[in-house]
Design a protein around this ligand. Sequence first.
Ligand code: UDP
Length: 333
Amino acid sequence: MRVLITGGAGFIGSHLAEACLEKGDEVYIIDDLSTGSLANIEPLRNSKRFKNRLFVHIDTILNHDLMEELTGICDIVFHLAAAVGVRYILDNPLKSIKINVQGTEEILEICTKFKKRVLIASSSEVYGKHLHAPLVETDNIIYGPSSKFRWSYAASKLMDEFTALAYYRTKGLQVVITRLFNTVGPRQTGAYGMVIPRFVTQALKNKPLTIYGDGTQSRTFTFVKDVVSALMGLMECEEAAGEVFNVGGTQEITILELAKKIIKAADSSSGYQLIPYEQAFARDFEDMQRRVPSIEKIRKAIGFEPQVNLDEILQQVIDYQKSIINRQLTINN
Ligand code: UDP
């Protein structure tokens, strides 16, 4: 099978590329390295086992001719390229909307033209500011005003979902939509705001962990390899076309509890500090207080069950961050 992965040099994309290569697929990656990095796919490029089966294009998904060429070559498309991370979205509002809305629309059009099955990575952000749990795919959606730019990401991903469903209904495009909840694991960077890599780095450096707000907000975290299995499973599931699926974990934890857990797991002498949102994000920021998925639908469709619990996830992230810090120390000496 030939697989095209947009955003294949990103955190989730690189793990997906690895799993497809392991399975024996030929993998084509397109990535503009806006938040991804070549370091994520370096081991795959250097692997003798994957020789002549990995093709990397550093380019934007807005390059229509290249996207047509790659989609024409490949059998299926995983569309993961997007502006991601709260920090990145707030810093790059226009670029984020353009890539998330226009980029996805073009990919859907091209996949329709070449009759290729496509999976769209949407986000749990789409639910907006619900307080109830668990969140079900058919739930209503509540957003803040357009002056609060965080919601531009949710709105752009929601527009992607509407567009994908419209292509399915009117043109028969085989499209699967996944709402990814907080996905974590090795290779994720804290540079765009993500909490676990940030807390782990702070803990390993024995610096205070930066908790935004009062730390009572909660999340569930899913190991990236569990997410990759879900994406691959849904791509193979005939009945998944034209449907929206939550992909996430079920173990809810507050950010304050998470900070304490990480300090302990990293054997760190760090404390933590509570940072008001206005200080962390300047103006117009709103957090999501709670975000827990119902995974009944994906369970029924493909038997999905997260395999890796939070303690194991944290250990893997700690080991990974330690290896990065050691590599930096070796280079500097
Ligand atoms: N967060 C935090 N300190 C940080 C980074 C994030 O307290 O240094 C909080 C953030 O406000 C949110 C949660 O951790 O409530 C998860 O943030 P992340 O950006 O990882 O994902 P989100 O769920 O907001 O998309």
